[in-house]
Design a binder for this molecule. Sequence first.
Ligand code: SAM
Length: 177
Amino acid sequence: MIDINELAHRIISEKINVNVSVDMTSGNGHDTLFLARLSDHTYAFDIQTVAIESTRTLLENNNQTNVTLINDSHEKILNYVKEKIDAAIYNLGYLPGSDKTVMTNSISTVNSLDHLISILAEEGIIVIVLYPHNPEEIAAVVEYTSKLSPSYDCMEHKILNKESAPFLITIKSNKKC
Ligand SMILES: C[S@@+](CC[C@H](N)C(=O)[O-])C[C@H]1O[C@@H](n2cnc3c(N)ncnc32)[C@H](O)[C@@H]1O
């Protein structure tokens, strides 16, 4: 069985030089830790203090000190990140084992994506993990990525015979080509 989070990490691992990365939804910190191990510096956003603290603990337990944790919405990314971004992950939805009413939504996700793309490096990559329980958010992300300029390659990675499985959308800048 394909582990979609592992696939997301594998796709990002193909990038050789990752100076700056962003975890747009830090949650329990698994994606943040993965990015931090790959990057010179990582930024991680979450609107929930409990998520930021959970991420902090995971990073400390793994002696990872190159992360800036930001307890704010990813929509505010341009207030915090001034460098070009080589790699970013969204893991949409709610924090596992926590309040399921606090979840990502189509408006803030697409707004943040628009800001993130404005600072994406040449050949930078964004990987988005989407869950079928939020069809409105899926529709918004698919619409947004389908209309991006051809200087980005937007792909869907989906298990066709498992309707309820999470899936990925990747956005790769090909501005150097
Ligand atoms: C599926 S969890 C992320 C899992 C995480 N990446 C991990 O490795 O454990 C989704 C997270 O998105 C966060 N979130 C929801 N809306 C957000 C927003 N506007 N900005 C940043 N984080 C948000 C939630 O608080 C939740 O922790």
